[in-house]
Ligand binder design. Structure first.
Ligand code: HEM
Ligand SMILES: *[C@@H]1O[C@H](CO)[C@@H](O)[C@H](O)[C@H]1NC(C)=O
Ligand SMILES: *[C@@H]1O[C@H](CO)[C@@H](O)[C@H](O)[C@H]1NC(C)=O
Ligand SMILES: *[C@@H]1O[C@H](CO)[C@@H](O)[C@H](O)[C@H]1NC(C)=O
Ligand SMILES: *[C@@H]1O[C@H](CO)[C@@H](O)[C@H](O)[C@H]1NC(C)=O
Ligand SMILES: *[C@@H]1O[C@H](CO)[C@@H](O)[C@H](O)[C@H]1NC(C)=O
Ligand SMILES: *[C@@H]1O[C@H](CO)[C@@H](O)[C@H](O)[C@H]1NC(C)=O
Length: 320
């Protein structure tokens, strides 16, 4: 009797596990394009490398593009859809407008892929691969991207406005925001390490340099020289003042010195229980890279469209 109960228990667990698995990213596969489009990895890797050689910041921009795509109804390339007179996309949502970049790079890669294997490779998969290749190109870790995402036929600007965490967030809001996407506290702290590359506008860190008390005084002072109390909203500043084009752990080291650029960055080292993770990543690059790669895989598998859902767009900017 006892054995049978145990057996039933295992069957239930297996069934539960299987259904969880199918509603998340497990329909994706690392070999998805092996026969359909064997050149996909090489074409994306090439396109990313060329773009970063032309402009180093592009690596950071492509990484952020993937994040802002995945948080709004899953990694479905919804962020790439252009606004038209009768369609409102996500590009003009608050966190994206005049800020998210990399669309031309994706277009360029997509055009190459349409030549090599027409109507086979989704824009959502291109964005996931481009984020991975960018991090690797800039000196960060690499990981296997499972593929087979399909592209949305919808976008939701109001959802983008509420679901992408703002830079004014406190640590509990950040935890809640990532938890809503199935991402753990550890995932959140590791993914925030993305701010080891790239730039932010004055309008994104003004509140921090004039109003926060948990900021290094001379750091704040230098930034105030460049970012006035009003005006010059789009003056850019490095998110990681030390090595903005190199994917390393210096973002966390700077947090220990109260030199996080965004309010939300410094919230990760401001007396809460996540302080210990920041300290760990600041002293252990391998631990950061390991946790970052795992978290990226998890983020890039948020609610993918698979099977007959969605479509394979011909042009990433509009539905077919
Ligand atoms: C934890 C919550 C997060 C907040 C509040 C946040 C907020 C921001 C803000 C305000 C900027 C500057 C935008 C501008 O001024 O134009 C930025 C830039 C950036 N973010 Fe985040 N971010 C978060 C998490 C992430 C994650 C999870 C990733 C990637 C996985 C990421 C990747 C980036 C990158 C690479 C840049 C620089 C982009 C560039 O230079 O083009 N961020 N972020
Ligand atoms: C996006 O930015 C442009 C240019 O700054 C501005 O004119 C427009 O109103 C913004 N769109 C939204 C929806 O806020
Ligand atoms: C877009 O997101 C908002 C906010 O969650 C929601 O109320 C609305 O129903 C969504 N619109 C569509 C078309 O799904
Ligand atoms: C954090 O931010 C949330 C949302 O803005 C707010 O409701 C909450 O009171 C804040 N928590 C703390 C500890 O400040
Ligand atoms: C700083 O805080 C004050 C008082 O809350 C507020 O009025 C002001 O707009 C804030 N400044 C910035 C740059 O966020
Ligand atoms: C976090 O930083 C804010 C802003 O500087 C400060 O007022 C607050 O006391 C800090 N919280 C903790 C828990 O240290
Ligand atoms: C705004 O930026 C310009 C160019 O960088 C600079 O010359 C000007 O002094 C800045 N304005 C303020 C108020 O800081």
């Amino acid at each position: 009797m006892a054995t049978r109960n145990v057996l039933c228990f295992f069957i239930v667990v297996v069934l539960l596990a299987t259904s969880v698995v199918t509603t998340t990213g497990r329909k994706l596969s690392a070999t998805y394009y092996h026969s359909k489009c064997p050149k996909v990895s090489a074409i994306v890797r090439d396109g990313v490398a060329k773009a970063i050689k032309k402009e180093t910041r592009m690596g950071a921009s492509l990484l952020r593009l993937h994040f802002h795509d995945c948080f709004v109804n899953g990694c479905d390339a919804s962020i790439l859809l252009d606004d038209t007179p009768n369609f409102v996309g996500e590009k003009t949502a608050g966190p994206n407008n005049n800020s998210v970049r990399g669309f031309e790079v994706i277009d360029h890669i997509k055009a190459k892929l349409e030549k090599a294997c027409p109507k086979v490779v989704s824009c959502a998969d291109i964005v996931a691969l481009a984020a991975r290749d960018s991090v690797h190109y800039l000196g960060g870790p690499s990981w296997k991207v499972r593929l087979g995402r399909r592209d949305s036929t919808t976008a939701n600007r109001s959802l983008a406005n509420i679901i992408i965490p703002p830079f004014t967030s406190n640590v509990s809001a950040l935890i809640t925001s990532f938890a809503a996407q199935g991402l753990s506290v550890r995932n959140m702290v590791a993914l925030s390490g993305s701010h080891t590359v790239g730039l932010a506008r004055c309008s994104s860190f003004r509140g921090r340099i004039y109003n926060d008390s948990n900021i290094d005084a001379s750091f704040a002072h230098k930034l105030q020289m460049k970012c006035p109390k009003s005006g010059n909203d789009s003056v850019l500043q490095r998110l990681d003042i030390q090595t903005p084009t190199f994917f390393d752990n210096s973002y966390y080291k700077k947090l220990l010195q109260k030199k996080g650029l965004l309010h939300s960055d410094q919230e990760l080292f401001n007396g809460s229980s996540v302080d210990s993770l920041v300290k760990k990543y600041a002293r252990d690059t391998a631990a950061f890279f390991h946790d970052f790669a795992r978290a990226m895989i998890k983020m890039s598998e948020i609610k993918p469209l698979t099977g007959s859902n969605g479509e394979i767009r011909k042009n990433c900017r509009k539905m077919n």
